[in-house]
Design a protein around this ligand. Structure first.
Ligand code: LLP
Length: 408
């Protein structure tokens, strides 16, 4: 019931060769901790079937820590960005602009200009107004801009409604009809070189990627027959991870399915969660135990500002104590300090007492990247483990950090 990088030795949990108990005593909690070994293993499973011309673009929104991005650069990965800030970060860490794609439903003119000035591989447009704006930017800069058309193929990803992005009536992408109208047009400063889509996240049925590819292939042929130089199909991201540790989802099986269908067409993938999700954990201290009415609570020092997924999507992240305790295990709600009833990580059977430490699993993706300062709480530190080496890759915030941008 644990990610591969976490082992139990003499009833104490280790991440790679580092004892979680030792570091939980040493560093202030809560903190995020990542296993480099696991990140490298998931990169390898994505790369297994990749051919010359295919590209795996790490979806930066899942976790944008520069140390994580650096691992991706060193392994030759591409990047999927969705904001000027993400583009800035990947360029800063040395990403090759020809391996960067930019999606997003509401890009501003300065963001688009930033992407155009850096000659990135593809800007995936999601609306007609964006297409017109980019054409205008091309004219102003006297450049022909490479774009992809992000379509919304009306496929149900069977995931949480908040993270489904491929149904006909959602805000993302363009309908196939509108895309086909674009295929008939000519834009002076635009070269349409890709067809892209992203139908949602936490997709457990990898057959959907095959269905999606076939839809995109038909559309790309329509563009090619209308004279557009389509040179890749981008099937987006979205492959699930198993938060319950019951079954596995294998990137190499998903990529194999798509690549077998693709034959000679270059394919882009945009995974986030399945590259980084299982590599990250959140360590928190039990501040105390309380019983209110019929409910028993372990009140911990991590809150929904550190990890919002349980509150926002009722997501289930497994939790256990990092070392065995003499206490019998009991059912507790593990709840944070934030002043919201939703600030609860769920109900678990745990053996723990005051000041013990707990580990919250599978938080490498959309954990820290969705953290906030709500309740004026300080965002946590992040650490990267590589064998027996542990590196602080982001400091915990201080009270001074909390006010440094404010004026009064
Ligand atoms: N490409 C695009 C255009 C996307 O919008 C996303 C995610 C991805 C790729 C990567 O998807 P992944 O492989 O990570 O599923 N905060 C939510 C997830 C939101 C995903 C948004 N888009 C969560 O915590 O579950």
């Amino acid at each position: 019931m644990r990610p591969n990088s976490i082992k139990s030795i003499d009833n104490n949990l280790f991440i790679e060769d580092v004892s979680l108990l030792d570091i939980a005593k040493k560093y202030p909690t809560p903190f995020y901790i990542y296993s480099k070994e696991m990140i490298l293993a998931s990169i390898d499973s994505y790369k297994k079937n990749i051919r010359e011309g295919d590209l795996v673009c790490y979806s930066v929104k899942a976790n944008s820590n520069l140390a994580i991005l650096k691992i991706m650069v060193e392994k030759g990965m591409g990047f999927d960005v969705v904001s000027g800030g993400e583009l800035f970060k990947v360029l800063k860490i040395g990403a090759d602009p020809q391996k960067i794609i930019y999606s997003g439903v509401g890009k501003t003119k300065p963001e688009l200009e930033f992407a155009v000035d850096n000659d990135i591989k593809s800007i995936n447009i999601e609306s007609l107004f964006e297409l017109d704006l980019l054409n205008q930017i091309g004219k102003e800069k006297n450049k022909v801009i490479n774009i992809g058309i992000r379509v919304n193929p009306d496929i149900d990803a069977n995931s949480h409604p908040y993270i489904e992005t491929g149904k006909a009536d959602c805000k993302f992408g363009l309908s196939t009809d509108v895309a086909m109208r674009i295929a008939k047009e000519r834009y002076d400063c635009i070269s349409i070189s890709g067809i892209s889509s992203h139908i949602g996240s936490q997709i457990t049925d990898d057959e959907l990627f095959g269905t999606l590819f076939n839809d995109l292939k038909d559309l790309s042929e329509f563009f090619i027959s209308n004279g557009h130089p389509i040179n890749h199909i981008d099937v987006g991201g979205g492959l699930a991870i198993d938060y319950d540790f019951k079954e596995s989802f294998y990137p190499e099986l998903m990529t194999r399915k798509v690549i077998d269908l693709a034959r000679d067409v270059p394919i882009f993938f945009e995974p986030g969660r399945s590259l980084i999700g299982q590599a990250g954990s959140l360590v928190t201290e039990v501040l105390g135990i309380k019983i209110n009415g019929k409910n028993r609570f372990l009140i911990v020092d991590a809150g929904m500002n550190d990890l919002i997924r349980p509150a926002l999507y009722r997501a289930n992240h497994k939790i256990e104590a990092i070392s065995a305790s003499d206490e019998n295990s009991k059912k507790y709600y593990v709840a944070g300090p934030v002043c919201e009833t939703a600030d609860s990580f769920g109900e678990f059977s745990i053996s723990a007492k005051e000041h013990d430490h707990l580990i919250i699993y599978s938080v490498g993706a959309y954990g820290y990247s969705m953290a906030s300062n709500y309740n004026s709480r300080l965002r946590a530190a992040e650490y990267l483990v590589d064998g027996s080496k542990i590196t602080e890759i982001r400091k915990a915030e201080s009270y001074e950090d909390l006010i440094k941008l404010e004026q009064y």
